[in-house]
Design a protein around this ligand. Structure first.
Ligand SMILES: Nc1nc2c(ncn2[C@@H]2O[C@H](COP(=O)(O)OP(=O)(O)OP(=O)(O)O)[C@@H](O)[C@H]2O)c(=O)[nH]1
Ligand SMILES: [Mg+2]
Length: 689
């Protein structure tokens, strides 16, 4: 592959609701620019972009792939993202390193929930964007309707730059309003606009020229005077209004047949920003100062690691984007986050699963390097003498948890290292050991996300895992003061044991545990204090009521008895433990449960059902809002009721609802539910015996 310098590069993320045709579009770009000799098919697993075996099995994209397309001496790095919302983390990572985005909209379905999600992220990253109404050849394709669905949703004005030449089966090309030519099929050659489209094209062009004129005062003046702008001037004006976010241009295509692909590529090259006019990147120096980076080869090296894959066969692959400076094969760089030097082998340009070795990557480009020891996603590679840290985007909180169990003894030894490696690859996947339930918890964005991770563990790391619904990490605590005493006495034959402990429990709502020694007159020696405390903390870990850890208790040791011969630490440990249990049961014990703050966004029409359903989940609704046909509900809901909500919301709304959730606080579990939990625990204990 040729070497491309900054102004000849475009980094374009393609985003959409699942299945709008992103992967086929990259396939069409490759084919019609001669990079490949045939069009692959998603269903047959033969596309360049969906190469992962799990992607092939499911016939959807799961990961972002880089698809560089060379056209007119420009290299467009397309980032083909997955549309299924479980994999939104990949979209965020792609947008982090893109200078612009293309939003694909299905000509039949119009704007869908995945379109909205991606759209909002593009807003967050402040990227200029194109809208492409794809699948114009579909049986029920409706350009007008699809376009109005975007108009309804967008707060930015939309601007058709093309008109569809036909619709449904008769969709045969595009009518370009800049050149005022028609382009049949993939559109390599221009022809006159067919007579029946002439009027519509003239009218639409007027709007286009007016919009372009807004881009520059000079253009506006000329337009007001002469009523016309040249194609070159229109393009110049459009660049401005698109990049400033005043307008979003709209295109049409049928990716699977390649219709409209070349005119679209022309527009990408001509209208979307190169890294030179792309995002302004700011690095942080070691002492926290901000340094604005110019995307040029002569700047200090700053490359952001946006993706890593840890395939045991291929080895670790680190994908990065150079924001400033250059990166060369066989050199050393400084990882400023981990503060380690990394030795680079051969750097390469990724194209699907292929890696094409290059000597140098210039500012703005995207590359990959194998076998870095320490570097993970979110790190910055810089120059040791000029270390900079680039910002990591915020990824959504986990929405779905499972408890993970090893299938065999051998699997159990590899479980932590495997989960760690999986989580390293994926910013929306994480795991931890939950002390309250002693379970290993894997969490992510939804059941499919987890399913992919489990399969990956099996196929890539040869670790068999099974999953189950996790236990809720309840906590036990008390709500009133109580006292108790316990005498531990074993004085039959041999050495005896004796210890007696009196204690008082009080609620200690602001902390975990507090312990005081209030024994007067030396009834028991303070040297036993540590043993008593050990006994108490042992029960606190195991729980008294239902097997969950105890927190928020103040324990005062008030009195006791000791025996000159038989008293020993173990006796006081037991007495302390038992006295604590007795007092705890007497202190109105309750369970605390995690409460999540949840924000649910659904079409207005589903609002009633969603609220009704929330009612059955012990939810406390905090607020409701309606905006552009979408309703947003904010509520506090116990985690116990949210464990499978991704699936439930999907079925309630036909896949059109989304939600976010974060931990808020612990609250007391209502008595009737506590009773159920305690009963279940009793049963479990009986089974164990
Ligand atoms: N009729 C028609 N079908 C299309 C077109 N583009 C894509 N398809 C089909 O739509 C399905 C989904 O296409 P993909 O390219 O996988 O869509 P995607 O947006 O990459 O999907 P995800 O990766 O799952 O988000 C496939 O069966 C494609 O063949 C099109 O322009 N017209
Ligand atoms: Mg895809």
């Amino acid at each position: 592959m040729k070497e491309y310098t900054t102004e000849s590069i475009r980094n374009v993320a393609i985003v959409s609701h699942g299945g709008a045709g992103k992967t086929m579009m990259t396939e069409a770009f490759l084919f019609h620019t001669g990079a490949t000799t045939r069009m692959g098919k998603v269903e047959e697993g033969t596309t360049v972009s969906d190469f992962d075996e799990e992607e092939i099995r499911r016939a959807i994209s799961l990961y972002t792939s880089v698809i560089p397309v060379e056209y007119k001496n420009v290299k467009v790095n397309f980032l083909d993202t997955p549309g299924y919302t479980d994999f939104v983390g990949e979209v965020i990572s792609a947008l982090r390193v893109a200078d612009s985005a293309i939003v694909l909209v299905d000509s039949v379905a119009g704007v869908e929930v995945g379109t909205e999600v991606a759209w909002n992220y593009i807003d967050e990253f402040k990227l200029p964007r194109f809208v492409v109404i794809n699948k114009m050849d579909r049986e029920n394709a409706n350009y007008r309707k699809a376009l109005s669905s975007v108009e309804e949703f967008s707060t930015t004005r939309l601007l058709p730059v093309q008109l569809p030449w036909g619709e449904k089966q008769s969709f045969q090309g595009v009518i370009d309003l800049i050149t005022m030519k028609a382009y049949k099929g993939e559109g390599k050659t221009a022809e006159e606009i067919p007579a029946e489209y002439k009027d519509a094209a003239d009218e639409a062009r007027l709007t286009l020229v007016e919009a372009a004129a807004e881009g520059e005062d000079e253009l506006l003046e000329k337009y007001l005077e002469s009523g016309e702008l040249t194609a070159e001037e229109i393009q110049r004006g459009l660049c401005k209004v698109i990049r400033s976010g005043s307008f979003i241009p709209v295109f049409v295509s049928a990716a699977s047949s390649g219709t409209g692909i070349i005119p679209l590529l022309d527009a990408i090259v001509n209208l979307l920003p190169s890294p030179v006019d792309g995002r302004v990147e700011v690095g942080q120096t070691k002492n926290g100062q901000e340094e604005e980076l110019t995307p040029s080869d002569s700047g200090p090296l700053a490359a952001y690691v946006w993706k890593t894959t840890a395939d045991p066969f291929v080895g670790k692959q680190t994908m990065f984007r150079v924001f400033s400076g250059t990166i060369n094969s066989d050199t050393r760089v400084w990882n400023s986050k981990r503060e380690v030097e990394e030795r680079l082998g051969t750097i390469a340009v990724p194209r699907g699963k292929e890696t094409i070795p290059v000597k140098t990557l210039h500012a703005g480009d995207i590359g990959v390097v194998p076998k870095l020891g320490e570097t993970v996603t979110g790190d910055t590679l810089t120059d040791r003498n000029h270390p900079l840290i680039l910002s990591v985007p915020t990824y959504p909180n986990a929405l779905y948890q499972v408890a993970v169990f090893p299938k065999t003894q051998a699997d159990s030894t590899k479980i932590s290292s495997t989960l760690t490696r999986l989580a390293e690859e994926d910013m929306t996947l994480s795991w931890h050991n939950e002390p309250a339930t002693l379970q290993t918890i894997l969490q992510g964005m939804g059941d499919q996300h987890i399913d992919v991770a489990i399969r990956r563990a099996e196929t890539k790391f040869q670790v068999g895992l099974t999953i189950a619904e996790p236990k809720v990490p309840y906590q036990e605590t008390i709500t009133k003061k109580a006292t108790a005493m316990y005498r531990h006495k074993k004085q039959t034959g041999g050495a005896g044991q004796f210890g007696e402990v009196h204690l008082r429990l009080e609620p200690y709502p602001d902390g975990e545990f507090n312990y005081t020694w209030e024994v007067f007159g030396g009834a028991i020696s303070q040297s036993y204090s540590a043993s008593i405390q050990k006994g108490i903390q042992g029960v606190m870990r195991e729980g008294v009521l239902a097997g969950f850890p105890v927190r928020g208790v103040h324990v005062a040791i008030t009195d006791g008895k000791e025996h000159p011969v038989d008293s020993k630490p173990i006796a006081f440990e037991i007495a302390g433990r038992e006295a604590f249990k007795l007092a705890f049961k007497d202190a109105n014990p309750v369970l605390y449960e995690p409460i999540m703050k949840v924000q649910i966004t659904v079409p207005e029409a589903n609002m009633g059902d969603v609220l009704g359903d929330l009612n059955t989940r012990r939810a406390r609704v905090l607020g409701m809002d309606t905006d552009k046909g979408r309703s947003v509900v904010t509520a506090m809901v116990p985690l116990a009721e949210m464990l499978r909500y991704t699936t439930q919301l999907r079925s309630l709304t036909g896949g059109r609802g989304i939600f976010t959730m974060e931990f808020d606080s612990y609250e007391i579990v209502p008595p009737h539910i506590t009773a159920e939990i305690v009963a279940a625990r009793q049963k479990e204990l009986q089974k164990e015996e």
